[in-house]
Design a protein around this ligand. Sequence first.
Ligand code: GUN
Length: 306
Amino acid sequence: MAQVMEGKTLAEKIKAEVKAEVRRLQAESGQVPKLVGILVGENKASEIYLRTKEKTAQSLGIVSEIRRFPQSLSQEELIDQLRILNEAPEIDGLLVQLPLPPKFETNRVIEAISPEKDVDGFHPLNLGRLFMNEEGLRPCTPAGIIELLKFYGVSLEGQEVVIIGRSLIVGKPLAAMFINENSTVTICHSRTRNLAGIASRADILVAAMGRPAYVQPELVKEGAVVVDVGINYVSEASFIEKIFGDDPKKRQDLQEKGYTIVGDVHPAAREKASFYTPVPGGVGPLTVAMLMQNTLLAFKRRRQLG
Ligand code: GUN
């Protein structure tokens, strides 16, 4: 019987630790961390994610705000804004919610964030440090995946890991983290030949390509650990019924919200796993918890607090 790796328990534990540390440092120094999230244009999912980040930060004693800019903002104007926020002494953490509207060059924008405030861990300096296995601000979703696997006692050393998806946000940094844990790592993507042959070798299979229910049972080795990073908004009832049958929760979502969230792993594929992460409630809660941990780390480093 496959065991569920739910993310909420560990996320709550991490957040409680951050909260206690924020309180201790405030008592000692009179200072509190501040996190600023930037949203450019209108994107419903981004709005939800950023509000969750803001609310979570505030619940831990971290000062937090969202800066919203219209789609008409130019890249130069956005970079100018980032320069101002980089210089603001009271701001410890700075993130630009992705994806940006298509006219922006995401890499140029990320490079404009001060590495010491880059709580997403996407700046080239922080990614470079990760590849060098140095301490630093680590991308949140991959860091959360590693923490969740450790929490459930999954051993990483010497394991064959296959990651499907090569994004800057998940696939690439996660590969570096697994290498740092002495795993053997393969990244697959849309141009990979024989994806099923490679994926089905994996002791640990990570699905992070953003395609609903893409990972079918034939991609999963019996007893593998399956991590589902997909958050896909699906509104077609026929697609949901084909995948989940008559699932009351999914039906209720479709009726009430007009969509339901589906991971990258087909439910039938989970049955072959020894452990799997659900969607929602698996990897998701860890991402925000790790962001809070990064914000605390940036605060302590910038202000030289111990
Ligand atoms: N979009 C999806 N995931 C992330 C993330 O971790 N950080 C940012 N900034 N945008 C995202």
